[in-house]
Design a protein around this ligand. Sequence first.
Ligand code: FAD
Length: 246
Amino acid sequence: MAAHFPLKLIDSRMLASDVRHLVFQRSDGEVLNYIPGQFLQIHFEVNGAPSKRSYSLANPPVLNDSSHSVEIAVSYVKGGAATALLSELEVGGEITSSGPYGRFCLMEADKNTRYLLIGTGTGITPYRAMLPKLAELMQSRNVQVALIQGARTQAELLYSDEFQAFAALHPNFRYYACTSREAAGSDIGNRAGHVQSVFAELNLDGAQDIAYLCGNPNMVDESFTQLKEAGFPVPGVRREKYISSK
Ligand SMILES: Cc1cc2nc3c(=O)[nH]c(=O)nc-3n(C[C@H](O)[C@H](O)[C@H](O)COP(=O)(O)OP(=O)(O)OC[C@H]3O[C@@H](n4cnc5c(N)ncnc54)[C@H](O)[C@@H]3O)c2cc1C
């Protein structure tokens, strides 16, 4: 069994009406090292039986620093067990966690000329954790990055001010914000429709691009199919589906 450790809530804020940003610190004094794109699991009991759920780490790592805090964004699911726990947790409260897990990460061996980072809802958080690493890669090998975020409404475009600010600083970084149930905002890169509606304007190139898909399983499946049809080899599309792991 993976080692469990305690996380104490030190801060939180609402990102949207039903999405909470939570900031934790390990309360056992140990270090939590991770790679951007990885996730944690939280462990709890439902009617006396052990249960767990996964949450992507939403902030960049600071290696070997036990005071480093870790952030997650939790989208509330009606009647959800982890939702009940994480929506009611108060500052100072503790949860049990394990990890990090996962390989939804930028790979050192990648030789692509562009990353397409596509996420809906809280599925955008791994890319927030990747921003400093992306800045490094844009500098060191001139890679291009297109971040394509999807939400129902503009108010649900999580962390969009941070992505806009990052795009303003980095000419190689293009930021698209898509709203499926509301007209597009007025900023450059705002689009009405699903994330896939941006594909037509990206000059997709399966030989040079590597795509990442994260969040809603239907979005991941539909985008994967479209990218394969556009000539992407399967290893050129990396996927993280947010499914409940009861
Ligand atoms: C690798 C990975 C990373 C993840 N990262 C995140 C993250 O960063 N943020 C985040 O919010 N979630 C994330 N998830 C999803 C998360 O683990 C939980 O599944 C989610 O929070 C629901 O848990 P719950 O206990 O509240 O609901 P549950 O008790 O699991 O479900 C309650 C009911 O709602 C249904 N349901 C479950 N999920 C959804 C949904 N998304 N939409 C509609 N109905 C649903 C269930 O089928 C069930 O009927 C991730 C999942 C995986 C596999």
